[in-house]
Design a protein around this ligand. Structure first.
Ligand code: GDD
Ligand code: MG
Length: 350
């Protein structure tokens, strides 16, 4: 079985992190998110993956190569211009030879792909969409279906208050190749706004597969932090690398090779990446530091994400909800207001 992973989005809501790292390569407890997805596909018996890429594809190619390290055949198809979520599928049609999974490249979930295959086999439609229930359906694709699971409507990001349901598209589809006939070639096509609605007015059937699995779209900083909270607390089952520092108590994950002054207080919910150096009397809570971040003495960091090689000068305070990009230097004594975005430009990313 094959899977197409959509990894071409620009990750604008994760800027400035995505000026230096494409969204699917953003680390989850030290491992690029996409590697976790590839492992999950492999465990489900999928041995061939097509990455539909476009934004900063080289970072993805460099990491995965031909896929042999992941026991996967990996094919990269790189869009010169974004083709949209259905256009990206049409663009890889020539590689597909049977029913296939489609995964949004930014979804972390415990969904059982094999169970979804079984559901598709029984329902016998053009495809199956994984759904979950959420509190704010207006941020997602709302999917209406009957008691048999047959979908009657797909409404992408409806205005707040007008959502027809709390069941939303969770970004994993299992489709028959005949879906390609429904996607025009050579232009940007949205599967959510164009293709699914077109299928639903035809006589073809799409089915809903609703589960109550762990699920999160990592595309926003607050969700990225809550995913780490869930992993560190065990709410989201995910294997952590074996070479991290196990001597620290509580929900703290420190990768091997980080230097942390013994007077520093970490936690709860803190990830410290490879080669970080953290000075004396520092307080860090509910935050993720990528690799080689340098933190001076007496710094306070709360609910923030700090990208690789950033340097935080002594006595600085970083307000909750802040995102600091790659290589940013915060001068000693600086007070960063909550919810700040610091660093990077779109021009530097290409
Ligand atoms: N190759 C390619 N080309 N990939 C793309 C393109 C493109 O032009 N545009 C977006 N993608 C990829 C993104 O990288 C991401 O992995 C996925 O498609 C979905 O795009 P997002 O930008 O993350 O969409 P969203 O989160 O606002 O909404 C989507 O996901 C929700 C679930 O998380 C929709 O599918 C919603 O219906 C859904 O509820
Ligand atoms: Mg998303």
């Amino acid at each position: 079985m094959q899977a197409i992973v959509l990894v071409g989005g620009e990750g604008t809501r994760l800027r400035p992190l995505t000026f230096g790292t494409p969204k699917p390569m953003v680390p989850i407890a030290g491992v690029p998110f996409l590697a976790r997805t590839v492992e999950r596909l492999h465990e489900a018996g999928i041995d061939e993956v097509i990455f539909a890429a476009g934004y900063m594809p080289q970072a993805i190619v460099d990491y995965f190569g031909d896929g042999s390290a992941f026991k996967m055949k990996i094919t990269y198809v790189i869009e010169a211009e974004p083709l949209g979520t259905a256009g990206a599928l049409k663009n890889v049609e020539r590689y597909i030879h049977g029913p296939f999974f489609v995964l949004n490249g930014d979804v972390l979930t415990s969904l059982d792909l094999r169970a979804m295959m079984e559901f598709h086999r029984k329902s016998g439609g053009l495809g199956v969409l994984h759904l979950i229930r959420v509190e704010d359906p207006s941020a997602f694709g709302c999917v209406v279906h009957d008691a048999t699971g047959r979908i009657s409507a797909f409404v992408e990001k409806p205005p707040k208050g007008s959502e027809p349901t709390d069941e939303v598209n969770a970004g994993t589809y299992l489709l028959e190749p005949s879906v390609f006939a429904m996607i025009p070639a050579g232009r940007n096509v949205s599967i959510e706004r164009e293709t699914f609605p077109a299928i639903l007015v035809s006589d073809q059937r799409l089915y809903a597969y609703t589960t109550n699995d762990y699920w999160i779209d990592l595309g926003r900083p607050e969700h990225y932090l809550s995913a780490h909270r869930d992993i560190l607390s065990g709410a989201m089952p995910l294997a952590l690398s074996s070479d991290h520092d196990r001597s620290l108590p509580g929900e703290v994950y420190v990768e091997a090779g980080a230097h942390i002054d013994p007077t520093t207080q970490l936690g709860a919910n803190v990830v410290v990446g490879r080669g970080c150096s953290i000075g004396a009397r520092v307080k860090i809570s509910d935050s993720v530091l990528w690799d080689e971040v340098v933190v001076g003495d007496d710094v306070e960091i709360e609910s923030s994400i700090i990208a690789s090689r950033a340097r935080i000068g002594a006595h600085a305070t970083i307000g909750a909800g802040t995102v600091i990009g790659h290589d940013v230097v915060i001068e000693p004594g600086t007070h960063i207001a909550p919810d700040s975005r610091i660093g990077g430009t779109a021009a530097a990313a290409r």
